[in-house]
Ligand binder design. Structure first.
Ligand code: PLP
Length: 427
């Protein structure tokens, strides 16, 4: 038994499945999760001392690389001033001001500690403001693990949703309708039938939880138009894409402005920090100004906000996203070329610092197309790369991430390893 296996066995005695978030357990690829001891720049090291080039980046936050000295120093300094007060601080005001200045949809913002809290609170706000119950979400999008969101599609497009997790009451799931991503006609039909019941539409404006799936032209615009017409709230869940695809989110890239936006991951610089915000007229319905309750003992944690401010300093440097985007594009082009040379059906895509790899002939545009990719080939690719020191997400349904700390040498090494792995896959 190697050291990772030993820790995994021990972990499973005291932590369900040995992990504190299911995807970490490697269930969809098999094998033993690596227990990570340390990270620096583009690298992580496991408990056996093996170094990996990391394309998970803590599932998105590590955009400047692991343990960036500026972020670590900001955290150290803030911690020395006191870990938490449960009272307002100057830093959180500065942070909120900077978020509002950067993202087109934000006039006001509230800080929370996880993406789940951000989406859950945004949905409560939308329901509170509209006085309507229904939530519309899309197949393949993930918005955290609040009850209203752990819902899968019913049998017909317009039927009520069903719980996708035990413990979610049917009565709650029935307040969520799940539609196919990129299917404007399905949204239009639902609005035609039940528009006056719909509180909100929540969408990953570029999906990153069914691998990477872009919105087809006109999809986000259709959501905007239908919400406007029906008086429903449009929520862009930019927990993953916010400051990952560029400095102004998908809303900046597409010019479609949501009513509410949720943020997480990159905004916290690696600390537990997330946010939701939007139009002043909506946000002023939150307690203590309005009747929609929302709170948190550690919300706006001074240490987390210090990390977030330091991360914002880094990503607002001129050229930051050009370099990040070039890294992701180089990786994707190299992998695609290597797969083609080996004759393995493969496609890849990237936006800013996030990328998708698909064992399929073309880049998918729906959850159905993502699930039709060759999962067995993905597993073999994943393990082949891991064995060679390249740490990709242990699931075919997750987007990958590069950081600004990934250099040409790391990306070239990963492509070289992939050439060998694709050659094995072709056999
Ligand atoms: N929304 C999106 C788009 C996400 O990708 C995630 C997490 O992966 C969440 C919400 C939930 O965030 P958290 O895991 O911080 O609760």
């Amino acid at each position: 038994m190697d050291v990772n296996e030993a820790w995994f066995a021990r972990a499973q005695q005291v932590i369900p499945g040995g992990v504190n978030s299911p995807v970490r357990a490697f269930r969809s690829v098999g094998g033993t999760p690596r227990f990570l001891r340390r990270g620096e720049g583009p690298f992580v090291w496991d408990e056996a001392g093996v170094r990996y080039i990391d394309y998970v980046g803590s599932w998105g936050p590590a955009i400047a690389g692991h343990a960036h000295p500026k972020i670590v120093e900001a955290v150290r300094a803030a911690a020395c001033d006191g870990l938490s007060f449960g009272a307002p601080t100057v830093r959180e005001v500065e942070f909120a001001e900077r978020l509002c200045a950067l993202l087109p949809s934000l006039e006001m913002v509230r800080l929370v500690s996880s993406g789940t809290e951000a989406t859950m609170s945004a949905i409560r706000l939308a329901r509170g403001v509209t006085g309507r119950p229904l939530l519309v979400k899309f197949e393949g999008c993930y918005h955290g693990h609040a009850d209203s969101l752990l819902v899968k599609a019913g049998s017909g497009a317009l039927t009520f949703g069903h719980p996708s997790s035990a413990g979610v009451p049917e009565a709650i799931a029935q307040q969520t309708v799940v539609l196919p991503y990129n299917d404007s006609a399905a949204v239009e039909a639902l609005f035609a039938e039940r528009g006056d019941e719909i509180a909100a539409v929540i969408v990953e404006p570029i999906a990153g939880n069914m691998n990477l799936v872009r919105p087809v032209p006109g999809f986000l615009e259709a959501l905007r138009r239908l919400c406007d017409r029906a008086g429903a709230v449009l929520i862009f869940d930019e927990v993953m894409t916010g400051f990952r695809v560029g400095l102004t989110g998908v809303q900046g890239l597409t010019g479609v402005t949501p009513d509410l936006t949720t943020l997480g991951k990159v905004v916290g610089g690696g600390m537990p920090l997330a946010a939701f915000g939007g139009k002043r007229a909506l946000m002023e319905h939150l307690a203590p100004l309005g009747p929609v309750y929302q709170a948190g003992t550690l919300s706006g944690s001074p240490v987390a906000v210090a990390a977030g401010l330091a991360a914002l300093d880094l990503i607002t440097q001129p050229g930051f996203y050009d370099a990040l985007e070039a890294n992701a594009a180089k990786l994707v082009a190299g992998l695609t070329q290597a797969a083609a040379a080996a004759g393995v059906p493969f496609a890849a895509d990237s936006v800013g610092g996030m990328f998708g790899i698909y064992f399929a002939a073309k880049v998918p545009t729906s959850y159905a197309e993502v699930t039709a990719c060759d999962g067995e080939r993905f597993k073999r690719f994943f393990h082949g790369m891991l064995a060679r020191g390249h740490y990709f997400a242990p699931s075919a349904f997750e987007a990958g991430f590069v950081s600004a700390a990934h250099g040409d040498a790391e990306i070239a090494a990963t492509i070289a390893a992939a050439e060998a792995v694709f050659a094995e896959l072709a056999r």
